[in-house]
Design a binder for this molecule. Sequence first.
Ligand SMILES: Nc1ncnc2c1ncn2[C@@H]1O[C@H](COP(=O)(O)OP(=O)(O)OP(=O)(O)O)[C@@H](O)[C@H]1O
Length: 452
Amino acid sequence: MVFTLDEDIEELCISDDDCEEAPQQLLQPMGAEHVGKHRRKSSVLEKFPVVAPLHSRRLSLSVGEGQGQGVDPRLLADFKPVRVLGKGAYGKVVLVKDERTSKLYAMKQLQKAEIIIENDESQDVSKRVERIFAERTILSQLDHPNVVKLFYTFHDNSRLYLLLQYIPGGELFYHLKERGTLDEDTAAFYAAEISCALKFLHEKGIVYRDLKPENCLLDADGHLVLTDFGLSKKSVDDNNSLSAPEDVSVLHSIIGTPEYCAPEILKGEPYTRNCDWYSLGCLVYDMLVGKPPYTGVNHKVILNKIQKEKQGPRLPYYLSDGMKDWLGALLKKDCNKRWDVDRYWAAQPQAQQAQQQRRRKKKAGQERTSPYTSHFVFRKINWAKIQDGPLQKSEQGPIVPIITDLELAENFDEEFTSLPFEENPQGRDIPKSDIFKGFSYKASGSYLEKYF
Ligand SMILES: Nc1ncnc2c1ncn2[C@@H]1O[C@H](COP(=O)(O)OP(=O)(O)OP(=O)(O)O)[C@@H](O)[C@H]1O
């Protein structure tokens, strides 16, 4: 499958009724200035002010929304805010407690006004709305131990809300900051868990596209969970056809952190699911070295650096030969020479292997065809246990977060957790519009029961 950023929301919406045109009227910016890139945070992180949830606000759900699942619609008033966990482009993520059940959730809040604002000439409103619906729709279809779970979505006049599984261990890189770098076995463990999540997504036709440190969280037992599916894309064609690549300026405007982004995406060229494996290479490089392979103040600088290197980044001498080999295969800037991990995931039956052997002779040095899961760096990984989930239930990961009280959110940056819950005077309702109609969702009863 080959993708461009030209997404097709109609394929991602649950029904045609859910998909509406973006409104034409424009809203004025809220005054917050763009703030430069923060280390290990996306460049858009501090663009918007923190807004605490309005505990008392009532909702204006569209009639019939979410009724497909027999929804007893949830209200903002059902959830008591406990602490701010993080911030993103359109709002923040807040730890909340369900007043009915006392369960904790991470509530991702997105400000409608910020989504439909025309303050960025390079990105149109309908694309932003598409991405928000895509995140909700994709997450509602996934169930994997290394992917965050979505339980409810709803909206009111000013915000959209996604009620996600609370991942209490915080960002992996929060822990890495304390340690500096990780040893190879620990990095290989996280690489294996991320690989399983990526493989699972790719099999469902989803490209994640946003693999970066702040989207890798640790659960209470130290297992890695991917969050933030705002840039994920579900494939709409299975015939490998190429559509015109999206304008590269549009692309740059939605990628906050280019350091982990595949070169073909940075260049605005068509790309495949293979881009996620490049990002995994960058992430693991960062775990081992303390910074991603190419750094720079903007996309152009990073691209120039990538282009200067013929084969890929230079790998530090202190890494093992096995790790160098694994990183080198994923960090190939030419996506045709990069390891096609999805294809060569595991050892294949002998007949296929023989066929590949013949092909390999033709393309010697071009493409890695050895099985991914049996690479030297994964020699201590029990793939069957990770892939099927029992490992995540029965064993702890290499870094077990210290959690004395789940509500304290001890593993999250104080920069966020210390923020007060006060109503943002700048928060504003947007004129009633159908643009977000169909956003509300409730997971099935059995799904909710399975996890609570
Ligand atoms: N399910 C969760 N449990 C705990 N913390 C979370 C959860 N989801 C997100 N967070 C925290 O909130 C931060 C921001 O979340 P997220 O990346 O989903 O927001 P975003 O608006 O999509 O951000 P961006 O604009 O950078 O893409 C994360 O980096 C993480 O620290």
